[in-house]
Design a protein around this ligand. Structure first.
Ligand code: ATP
Length: 319
């Protein structure tokens, strides 16, 4: 391996830049030339590829988003499209790639590996929904963002005797919601892994109102239910004003926290080590603070992430 590429793909997450920087600098440190591919797999197809130097990645470790850009490019599932991408890699003499993204990006990395281009996947998403790792790059930054929002909502909902529903990202994974519920002191935590029992939630809220409690925070993972419709029902049943706040893409932005910068730096450097050792089709994770790597397909198909029941129970115990 003499020349490697790095790209970011799928939804962006804080810490992706720190990972790109680590790949570039660790690669150069190993005597490699490192190329940045812009806008994920789209840039690979459109040949938007440039060599990166140590200087090219100056001043980005602290920045959210991704300086390489990202894209949704579903056409990459087609063989003919990937063949064009492989031609571009061949023309630039790039032997291997580091792909920073989520599940979908891992599928692309696996497909390229099978076509003779070894790829290493790094887990970049705020959702913490990738198998084979305890934490993904961006999760803790997003968690801090959510906590800041909950703190602010608490101020106003306490003053106005209001129930606040906070809709939190995570797609089908409740990790961000559970951690935010504990850290933000939410009264209720609703996650896809446990589902929503509306009647039970309303009964508990009513009981609280009966005991004189005049405000509450409900942490809710996106996609479980319509947050605004739920707010209307709760208001009708409890008589307390109820508002839903959908945090949305705010959660994706912001400067990465210390943990995410360290995680991304460690993982980026480790990905280069793996490529130099001739590995491909692997995804990097962190488990009990040790860097680990797994076969991408095995990780996606067989290594189901167990839902953290203990943390969920704690969110209820301390509510
Ligand atoms: P996030 O979890 O943040 O949404 P993601 O990586 O899962 O990130 P996707 O949009 O699912 O986001 O995937 C990113 C890109 O990976 C796709 O736009 C596409 O270019 C490529 N991709 C996804 N699935 C495949 C596949 N089966 N084969 C080849 N490429 C794929």
């Amino acid at each position: 391996v003499k020349k490697i590429g790095v790209l970011t793909s799928g939804g962006d997450s804080p810490g992706m830049n720190a990972a790109v920087r680590a790949v570039v600098r660790a690669g150069i440190d190993q005597g490699l030339q490192v190329y940045g591919v812009y806008d994920g797999y789209l840039g690979l197809y459109e040949n938007h590829i440039e060599e990166l130097t140590r200087r090219s990645v100056s001043n980005i470790i602290n920045r959210g988003g991704t300086v390489l850009g990202s894209a949704r490019f579903p056409q990459f599932k087609e063989l003919s499209v990937r063949e064009k991408a492989v031609e571009n890699l061949k023309a630039a003499n790039i032997d291997a790639l580091v792909v920073i993204g989520g599940d979908g990006s891992y599928m692309g990395a696996k497909a390229l590996t099978e076509m003779g281009y070894p790829c290493i996947g790094l887990p970049g998403t705020i959702d913490n929904d990738i198998n084979g790792t305890d934490y993904t790059i961006g999760f803790f930054t997003a968690l801090n963002t959510v906590l800041e929002a909950i703190d602010r909502l608490r101020d106003t909902s306490t003053s106005h005797h209001r129930i606040s529903i906070v809709e939190i990202m995570g797609r089908h994974c409740g990790d961000l919601t559970v951690s935010a519920a504990i850290g933000g002191g939410a009264e209720f935590c609703i996650v896809p892994e446990r589902g929503l029992d509306e009647a039970d939630l309303i009964a508990k809220l009513k009981a609280q109102v009966g005991r004189g409690k005049k405000h509450a925070i409900v942490a809710l993972t996106e996609k479980v239910t319509d947050a605004n419709a739920l707010a209307q029902k709760i208001e009708a049943e409890t008589g307390l004003e109820t508002r839903a706040t959908i945090l949305g893409h705010i959660q994706r932005g912001g400067n990465p926290t210390a943990f995410d910068r360290l995680l991304a730096s460690r993982m980026g450097s480790y990905a280069v080590d793996l490529l130099v050792q001739g590995e491909g089709g692997r995804c990097v994770g962190i488990h009990n603070d040790q860097l680990v790597h797994h076969d991408i397909i095995d990780a996606m198909e067989n290594m189901r992430r167990p839902f953290n029941d203990k943390l969920f129970d704690l969110s209820i115990k301390l509510a």
